[in-house]
Structures are given as structure tokens and as C-alpha cells.
Design a protein. Structure first.
Length: 455
């Protein structure tokens, strides 16, 4: 469904403000982040660094993408820009003034819709206008116009539970734009939608932006999807992980609308992908040698996914293949494949070299071995190349009963990474260890223990 032209009078009137703002000079960035760093305290009172020395500006008239993996601090950076979070050091400015709280003229679209369930579509859209003190009659007119513009005419009195995911996110866009924001912040706004709905919504958004029909001067968008960033953004800032640092800044000089199949589009995607894989390898090396290896996050990947990728590389590619070719062949997303490839590199079953994935000798043996031999080899590599696994086993061997609550290990990991990353790392660590037969896990008691043969 395309977003229709209804409500165009209200939007075009507001474009006068967007094109010639009185509050800032044409060359002044809408938002500027100057040497921004962010850290959090941990149970051990050791600061956990999330962002380090970020310098970036959001220019008037552009869509800027913040691209990075989980743990890169991109959502934290978005909240600093919005004034919802204060950085540990450095500063954020909005229209030339230091940000010291949520600013007027800044609106946000969230990943999870964040609609009030007991309010209708119109009431949800009006909520932001009520907070600004807009008169009820004017608020109602503006809400109806915004709802019509995003393609939900006839659903003004519906409740969120009566809408599909895509329709609920359209309400989120209407609520954000109805306040006529100077800057629109978007935190992975399409990631909770199915593939087709997300693609339609992206295209509709870009159509409105390119036609000058969105009442906002600039957009700052967080995403982990490389193709989405290249499809939508005028400029991309790539963040490395743990802690988040700017590793690449790239202007996207491709005309809109952009075609995913164009060679120029693919070249930009491959350039970003190659940069990310290089940073991933560097991060694995650094984290393995830092803080006893407990700073190494593990992706949400199963041992069976590791098996399957090793088998595919041996069976169909003689042990080596381009990562982009594998995504097309296996019909999976780049991010998902990269997570599995990262695990193969961590376990030293494969090496990531630029945009290629090459099995090591151990990886070939693993792919061709029977189930019992695979588990033995997996256990050896897990303990040898994942320091957190060796640490977990060492602690359990020293404890009476060779058992411990998982919370004890999660707290240790939280000294070196954010809570979500620590949770995910522990989950992968435990499931991999159980697959290898070197650990038992009790779901009921939330404890890990050594099998009798290991203890």
C-alpha cells in the first residue's frame, strides 16, 4: 500500500519551516555529537565502556544511518542525541545548543511500536500534540491529516490490537510526524515487521522523503541491516563493537529510488560488509587477549548451525567461499550468516579474510567427522579458543559439588559487556558446552554442573 496524497496541504505548509528554519543557519548541523563517550558501572565497580570518542553530525536535509552489530552502542547513541541519556563525557548539541534533556522538535519512532493499547489510532497520534498544548480542535485536524497521509484512513477509531504490525508501525510514524519535528529519530523501525511489510514501509517512507512531503528537516536512523542502510540513507556511520567506535563513514552517492540489484548498489554493500568483517576479526583477537577473554561476546548461534555451514563449505565449495555468495545460496540474511561465520572464526574452524570464509584444517575434519568425533573436536576447540568456557569449567571443578548458578557467571560477564550481550554470551556458552558433552544444565534450578566423566 502506497501512502496517498491526503493531508498534503498541512505537510506542504510545514515544509516552509523545513526549508528556511529561523532557528539555525543553513550550514549548522541539526545534531552534533562531540567526543561522546558512555560507560556504565558494574557490580565490581569497574566501568563498562559502551561508546568511546564518537564525533558525528546530522546535517540539514539528510538521512543519516547508524549501522552496527549488537553491542555497538548505536541505540545508546540515538538516546544521547535525543536527550534521553546523558553521556559520561563529551556533549550533544541540538541546533547549536547543548542537549540537557528531551528537546522540543525531536520525535522518535521505536522498534516495538510503543502504542498505548487503550487509546484509538487517533488518540495515539494526538497524544504528542496534547503534550505540546495544541488546542483540541487543531490537534484533531492534524491527527486526521497525518493518519490519512500514512494510509490508515478509516482506521481512526480502531485500537492497536485490531491492527497488523505494519499498520501499528504506520501509527508510530504518524504520531512522530504529527508534531512537525525538526529531526526524526528512528530506532530500527522496520526490524519487528515481516520482510514484505518492512520493504513496503521503507519504500513508502523514502517516496515521501524524496518528494519533500515529510515535515522534518533531517532523519537519524539506527539499523543493523546493511542493505536497508544503503537503500535509505544519504550517509552511513559504521560502529564497531565493545566499545562502540566509528570504524567507517561513507557517503551514499546513489540516486533515489535505489535498486538492490544494481551493480553500484552491490558495490557499496560489499564495501561496508568487507569493513565490518575486518573489524570483526580485529575485535575477536582483541577480546580474546583482554580481561582473560571474558570480554568476547558470543552470537546467538547454535552448534547445529556451525555444523551446517562447515558441511556446506566442504560439500559445495571445497572449503572456501565468498560470504555474499553463501547468503544467496543459503537464502539467509547477511547478518545471520555473518554471526555463524564469526563463531567459526572464534572456534578456529574457519578464517574470515576480507569478504571470504575459508575453513581451517580442523574445520574440514569437523565437517567430515561422525557425530561422536565432532563433539570431541568441538569440546577441544571450545575450551582452547573460548577463554570464558575454560574459566567456567575451572570454576566448576573447584566448587564443592561441581555446580553453580548461571547468574554467578552472568554477573562476571556483565563486568565486560552490556547485560543483553552477557545474557546471550552465557546462553551460547552453555548450549555449546552441553552439545560438546562437557557441561550439564538444569533449567529448573538455573544451574550448570560438570558431568561425572568430566568432574
Amino acid at each position: 500500500m502506497r501512502w496517498p496524497n491526503a493531508g498534503r496541504v498541512w505537510i506542504e505548509d510545514e515544509l516552509l519551516t523545513r526549508k528556511s528554519p529561523a532557528s539555525a543557519t543553513p550550514t549548522e548541523p541539526v545534531i552534533r555529537l562531540e567526543d561522546v563517550s558512555m560507560s556504565y558501572s558494574t557490580e565490581s565497580d569497574k566501568p563498562l565502556s559502551v561508546l568511546e570518542h564518537i564525533n558525528v553530525s546530522l546535517k540539514d536535509g539528510e538521512i543519516l544511518g547508524l549501522l552496527g552489530r549488537s553491542g555497538s552502542g548505536k541505540s545508546t547513541l540515538l538516546r544521547i542525541a535525543s536527550g534521553l541519556v546523558k553521556p559520561t563525557s563529551g556533549r550533544a548539541t541540538y541546533l547549536g545548543k547543548t542537549v540537557d534533556g528531551p528537546g522540543r522538535g525531536v520525535a522518535m519512532v521505536f522498534q516495538t511500536f510503543a502504542l498505548v493499547p487503550w487509546l484509538t489510532v487517533r488518540q495515539n497520534v494526538e497524544a504528542g500534540l496534547d503534550a505540546l498544548g495544541v488546542r483540541p480542535h487543531d490537534a484533531a485536524d492534524r491527527a486526521v491529516a497525518a493518519i490519512e497521509t500514512i494510509g490508515l484512513k478509516g482506521f481512526e477509531d480502531a485500537y492497536p490490537r485490531q491492527l497488523s504490525g505494519g499498520m501499528r508501525q504506520r501509527v508510530g510514524f504518524a504520531r512522530a510526524t504529527v508534531v512537525q519535528p525538526t529531526v526524526l529519530l528512528m530506532d530500527e523501525p522496520f526490524s519487528a515487521l515481516d520482510v514484505l511489510t518492512a520493504e513496503n514501509l521503507r519504500t513508502d517512507f523514502i517516496d515521501l522523503w524524496a518528494a519533500g512531503r515529510l515535515p522534518t528537516r533531517a532523519v537519524l536512523m539506527v539499523t543493523h541491516n546493511i542493505e536497508e542502510a544503503v537503500l535509505m540513507c544519504d550517509r552511513i556511520v559504521v560502529l564497531s563493537s565493545d566499545p562502540g567506535r566509528i570504524s567507517l563513514e561513507l557517503d551514499i552517492d546513489l540516486p533515489q529510488p535505489r535498486n538492490r540489484m544494481d551493480s553500484a548498489f552491490r558495490e557499496v554493500v560489499d564495501e561496508i560488509y568487507s569493513a565490518l568483517t575486518t573489524r570483526t576479526v580485529d575485535s575477536i583477537r582483541a577480546n580474546r587477549n583482554q580481561n582473560g577473554g571474558l570480554a568476547q561476546p558470543l552470537p546467538a548461534v547454535t552448534a547445529h548451525q556451525i555444523e551446517a555451514l562447515c558441511e556446506t563449505l566442504v560439500r559445495d565449495h571445497q572449503g572456501a567461499a565468498a560470504i555474499t555468495a553463501l547468503t544467496r545460496e543459503l537464502h539467509i540474511g547477511r547478518a545471520e550468516l555473518m554471526s555463524v561465520a564469526q563463531c567459526l572464526h572464534i572456534l578456529e574452524f574457519a578464517e574470515i579474510k576480507g569478504a571470504d570464509l575459508n575453513l581451517t584444517a580442523a574445520g574440514r575434519i569437523f565437517a567430515e567427522a561422525d557425530e561422536a568425533a565432532r563433539k570431541v573436536l568441538f569440546a577441544e576447540h571450545l575450551v582452547r579458543f573460548v577463554p570464558a568456557a575454560a574459566h567456567l569449567l575451572r570454576v566448576l571443578k573447584e566448587r564443592p559439588g561441581h555446580s553453580a548458578p548461571t547468574a554467578r557467571f552472568r554477573a562476571e560477564l556483565e563486568d565486560h559487556m552490556q547485560y543483553a550481550a552477557a545474557q546471550q554470551t552465557l546462553h551460547s556458552l552453555v548450549t555449546w558446552s552441553c552439545y560438546a558433552g562437557i557441561l550439564d544444565y538444569s533449567y529448573k534450578r538455573r544451574t550448570v554442573s560438570l558431568p561425572a566423566a568430566v568432574a
